[in-house]
Design a protein around this ligand. Structure first.
Ligand SMILES: NC(=O)c1ccc[n+]([C@@H]2O[C@H](COP(=O)([O-])OP(=O)(O)OC[C@H]3O[C@@H](n4cnc5c(N)ncnc54)[C@H](OP(=O)(O)O)[C@@H]3O)[C@@H](O)[C@H]2O)c1
Ligand SMILES: *[C@@H]1O[C@H](CO)[C@@H](O)[C@H](O)[C@H]1NC(C)=O
Ligand SMILES: *[C@@H]1O[C@H](CO)[C@@H](O)[C@H](O)[C@H]1NC(C)=O
Length: 320
């Protein structure tokens, strides 16, 4: 029997031209590689035990925490037993969210900081520095982010609008990160989560939302560099990459606030997102998002560009 097989293999290999053998081995390796990444995807999304976030410290700070994804993070982190520092621009909404969370999780301590990242940030940033000085801050969620009021060409965007996007998405994220890092370095532990966007990572371009996509590319690159810089201090930096999530923002950019198979509710998204904290430097936490990301990788760039451009144009026409 063994001899038979050996002879068979010998025959098979001897009969084939060498290029065919090389080609089929190559094909086999590629399929194997895809299969292994599929298994890894299943493990990371559904099987892996999430990190115990309390080992990073007993407090979490979340920016833009009065709506959408940020609010969902706040609920999830309170449920995991963390105390919260909520940062947002509207004191009334801050109060409402904190009261709701307190009612659900009575043991959670909550600090509220009113800070408008597009306004005068001097005193707000000082409040953040003070607030994090006396607590064991383990988790930072840089969630705050804004986009265009409607799709438009770059030259049509009001200077105030695009400067605000740069200030909120790019300066705000950098400044808050800087404010919390010294304490995390001292304690030798921490997790920093920056919210990127599929607009700058999953698709090659996001026409008619150029400034927004560009600030998110900055967030992605910042995260991946900081991941390497701060690993040695026990700090896990990560860029999470959502595609559409049914929030106030999506009602503008995706023309829907309804959740669906590919557009999770903020709550479902938040639940998936906290499970991924502390692992890979870049991930798309919600499973139907990562499926879309995977398949986008097979499409040619010009096709994706044309598709996004046509969507942008349609949004622009609908809004004017
Ligand atoms: N939703 C999506 O489809 C999607 C897709 C990809 C990436 N993202 C990213 O996910 C993050 C959260 O988005 P979201 O959809 O949850 O947005 P959202 O529903 O518009 O919520 C944004 C939060 O940030 C606060 N905020 C806005 N401008 C602020 C400012 N100048 N200063 C301080 N706080 C401010 C808002 O406060 P108020 O409550 O006062 O408005 C709100 O709490 C953003 O970084 C966004 O770019 C979202
Ligand atoms: C910002 O606020 C601080 C005090 O909170 C003040 O000293 C400073 O002058 C303000 N800056 C601007 C540009 O208004
Ligand atoms: C970020 O920090 C710089 C330097 O302190 C400051 O000039 C800028 O206004 C800050 N911007 C935001 C949005 O926090």
């Amino acid at each position: 029997m063994e001899k038979q097989i050996t002879t068979y293999i010998h025959h098979f290999t001897a009969d084939q031209p060498i290029w065919l053998l090389l080609l089929s081995s190559l094909g086999f390796l590629i399929i194997l590689k895809k299969f292994i990444s599929f298994l890894k995807w299943v493990f990371n999304n559904f099987l892996r035990t999430p990190k115990d976030l309390k080992t990073y410290g007993s407090w979490a700070l979340i920016t833009g925490s009065t709506d959408g994804i940020g609010k969902a993070f706040a609920y999830q982190l309170a449920q995991k037993g963390l105390n919260l520092i909520l940062v947002s621009r509207n004191s009334h909404k801050l109060k409402t969210v904190s009261t709701e969370i307190q009612a659900m999780f009575p043991d959670t301590k909550i600090k509220k900081i009113k800070l408008d990242f597009s306004g005068n940030v001097t005193s707000g940033l000082r409040l953040i520095e003070e607030a994090v000085r006396d607590v064991d801050l383990g988790v930072l969620i840089n969630n705050v982010g804004i986009t265009y009021p409607a799709a438009m060409f770059f030259h049509e965007v009001d200077e105030k609008v695009w400067m605000d996007i740069v200030r909120v998405n790019l300066e705000g994220t950098s400044n808050v990160t800087r404010a919390v890092l010294p304490g995390m370095i001292e304690r030798k532990r921490g997790a920093v989560v920056n919210i990127g966007s599929g607009a700058s990572i999953v698709v090659p371009s996001h026409p008619l939302y150029a400034i927004y996509a560009a600030t998110k590319a900055y967030v992605d690159q910042l995260s991946r560099c900081l991941y390497v810089e701060y690993k040695q201090f026990g700090i896990d930096v990560q860029c999470q990459v959502p595609l559409y999530v049914a929030t106030k923002m999506a009602s503008r950019v995706a023309a829907t606030e309804e959740s669906s198979f590919f557009i999770p509710s903020a709550c479902d998204y938040g639940r998936a997102a906290v499970r991924q904290i502390g692992f890979e430097p870049r991930c798309s936490p919600y499973w139907t998002h990562s499926i879309q990301w995977f398949f986008a990788g097979f499409l040619p760039e010009p096709l994706l560009n044309a598709w996004r451009f046509s969507i942008g144009i349609r949004r622009r026409e609908n809004s004017s």
